[in-house]
Each structure stands twice: as structure tokens, then as C-alpha cells.
Ligand binder design. Structure first.
Ligand code: F6P
Length: 354
């Protein structure tokens, strides 16, 4: 007989389409399969600093949220109860309030927690687990760069948004014979840039994993001109490492603009830049993300029932599994510069500026 009667659920870090699918699935599975009570914690683990802000989540509360972007619980990517920032005597100081967070969860009657978040949230979840909290994790990031899981929900929706943008920019680029630079998200890994670039027929893709030069980009533009192609689409991941010739420049503006200016200067071409930004994090989740989120939500509840605390659900070989959070954090899944993806892209003439 399980000693679980009530679970808490929170979302931390940057939001991603599909978070509500996870919340809905976890609430439904907890109530319908196990007859547990569910408490929604607002704004990540920070919500447990003020337990009175938490509220019970019923089937009614999660009705209709499946197609909604964002998270009904709210989130923050600044909170960390182990390094909580407070102002004391006019000075900002850092305090460890993790003990309060654990006590407040107990006061709310929470027997176990589901933490939905990225690498940062998983690190916090692991530390709370080491301090005695019964917690399981659900991985999330639109960047798809967590090594423990083949896919994170949110990526597919972001990829659709970015690909749609590349498609739209294609026609205006061609009409005006311009170089169009499109900056997409991807702080450490180039998955969105690579896949949206491939899906949208981009000509040059710049990702953090492949060093490039402005000269390399311009050579490709010239080659395209020789073939009668007077326009070029360049997809840039926000996390690219600037080439040595640009490293003295402060990264005070979006890298897409910096790359656009550098191309305009060297190639003497008319360049326009679009920074997609947070558009990629919003919108209704794709069917794939709704389904993956649902599977993760149910799996997290099952993991609690099995007593798999300190673990995180993940997708491996297309099956839902669980791995210790300790093994999952801090390991990025980046694009292999010599992998099949890049070789396929190069084989069809896509350049990487190298
Ligand atoms: O990690 C997800 C992500 O969307 C990154 O691609 C991006 O760099 C970052 O979050 C943006 O975070 P914020 O919402 O704090 O601007």
C-alpha cells in the first residue's frame, strides 16, 4: 500500500509548449488512477516559500488546458531556494532557504513532488532530494539539449514555428534578392537552427558546434551568385561562438544583427535580419508535444507510485524510461559536427560558414 496521498507539482525555468499537457496528465493520472490529491505550486520551487499561494488542482482545473501554451502554474528561471536572493539592510544577500521549502511542502500535506523543468530545475530537484524531499523530475526545454532524453517536449512546436518563419522569409528574400538572416533560439546547442534550417531550405546555418568565419559565409554567397541565385537564407543559433575577427565586439545586440552587419560590410549585399526570440516558446503545442507531455506526466505519477524518487522520466529508444536525476544533469546533448545530420545537410549544399 503506497504511503502517498497528496502530491505537489511545479514548473521551473523557461516555459515550453507542452507544460500544460504534462500538468493535465499528472493531475488526471494522480486522481483517476491513484485517488491522490494534487497541489499546484506557483512559479517553481519558489512557490513553496509562500505555501498559502499554492492551490489544489482538480480535474476541473486542468480541463481545457491541453492546447494552451505556457504553464497554468507560472514559472521563473531565477528562483533557487539554495541561493535565494534577499535584500537585508539595503544589500542583496544570498540565503539557503531550502529547509523552509521542504517544511512548507510538508505543512501543505505534500508527500512527493513532481518538478517539471530544465537542467537548472533538475539540479535544484536533486539537491532537495538529497535533503530528504521525495521528488521526481520531468525534463523540459525547447532547445532539446538534455542528453538523458532523446526528445524534450516543446522542441517540436518551436521547430514548427521557426520553420514557418524560414518559409515566410524565403519568398520575400527571393523577391528582393537579399540576404536574410534569421536568428533562432538555442543557447548551447544548434538543434533548432539545424533542423529549422534543413526543413525550411536555408542555404547557410550557423550553430554553436561548428566554428565559422564571415569570409566562409561570403564565399558561399558568391558561389550562389555564380549559379544565378541572388538571395540567401542564413539561419543563426543565438548561442553561436563569434569568429575570432568579431570577438573584440561586445555582444550588446542580438548575434543575428552582428552577423547581418558583418555580411553586409564584407559582401556588400543588402541584408535584413529577423530575430524570432520568444515567439518560439509560445503558441499551442504541436500534437507531438501534447502526446510526449502526456506520456511524461503519467510516467512521473507512476514513478512516484513505484517510489522512484530522485529520478527523472525520459524518452529512450522511443520508450518512456526513468534515469537518476544525478546522472542526467549537467550533460548537454549537442549537434555532432561530423554526424549524419550535418553530413546530410552538407550533401545537399547547405553551408556552415566553415
Ligand atoms: O533554454 C531555453 C531558452 O529558450 C533558450 O533557447 C534561450 O536562450 C533562453 O531560454 C531564453 O531565456 P529567457 O526567457 O530568460 O530570455
Amino acid at each position: 500500500m503506497s504511503d502517498i496521498h497528496c502530491i505537489g507539482i511545479c514548473t521551473g525555468g523557461g516555459d515550453a509548449p507542452g507544460l500544460n499537457a504534462v500538468i493535465r496528465a499528472a493531475v488526471k493520472a494522480a486522481i483517476l488512477k491513484y485517488s491522490w490529491k494534487v497541489i499546484g505550486i506557483p512559479d517553481g520551487f519558489d512557490g513553496l516559500i509562500w505555501p498559502e499561494r499554492s492551490r489544489e488542482l482538480t480535474l476541473k482545473d486542468v480541463s481545457g488546458i491541453l492546447p494552451r501554451g505556457g504553464t497554468i502554474l507560472g514559472t521563473t528561471n531565477r528562483g533557487n531556494p539554495f541561493q535565494y536572493k534577499v535584500v537585508e539592510n539595503g544589500h542583496e544577500v544570498t540565503r539557503d532557504i531550502s529547509g523552509d521549502v521542504i517544511n512548507n511542502a510538508a505543512k501543505l500535506g505534500i508527500d512527493a513532488m513532481i518538478s517539471i523543468g530544465g537542467d537548472g530545475s533538475m539540479k535544484i530537484a536533486h539537491e532537495l532530494f538529497l535533503k530528504g524531499m521525495k521528488v521526481v523530475g520531468v525534463p523540459k526545454t525547447i532547445d532539446n539539449d538534455l542528453s538523458a532524453t532523446e526528445v524534450t517536449f516543446g522542441f517540436d512546436t518551436a521547430l514548427h514555428t521557426a520553420t514557418d518563419a524560414v518559409d515566410k522569409i524565403h519568398t520575400t528574400a527571393e523577391s528582393h534578392h537579399r540576404v536574410m538572416v534569421i536568428e533562432v533560439m538555442g543557447r548551447d546547442a544548434g538543434w533548432i537552427a539545424l533542423e529549422a534550417g534543413m526543413a525550411g531550405g536555408a542555404h547557410i546555418i550557423l550553430i554553436p558546434e561548428i566554428p565559422f568565419s564571415i569570409q566562409g559565409i561570403c564565399q558561399h554567397l558568391e558561389m550562389r551568385e555564380r549559379f544565378g541565385k541572388r538571395f540567401t537564407i542564413v539561419v543563426v543559433a543565438e548561442g553561436i561562438k563569434l569568429p575570432p575577427e568579431m570577438r573584440h565586439m561586445a555582444r550588446s545586440m542580438a548575434v543575428g544583427n552582428m552577423i547581418g552587419d558583418a555580411i553586409a560590410l564584407m559582401a556588400r549585399k543588402e541584408v535584413r535580419v529577423s530575430i524570432l526570440g520568444h515567439i518560439q516558446r509560445g503558441g499551442s503545442p504541436s500534437p507531438y508535444d501534447r502526446i510526449l507531455g502526456t506520456r511524461f506526466g503519467v510516467a512521473a505519477v507512476d514513478l512516484i507510485a513505484e517510489g522512484g524518487f530522485g529520478k527523472m522520466v525520459c524518452l529512450q529508444q522511443e520508450s518512456i524510461r526513468a534515469v537518476p536525476i544525478a546522472e542526467a544533469v549537467g550533460k548537454l546533448k549537442v549537434v555532432d559536427p561530423n554526424g549524419e545530420f550535418i553530413r546530410a545537410a552538407r550533401a545537399i549544399g547547405i553551408a556552415f560558414g566553415d
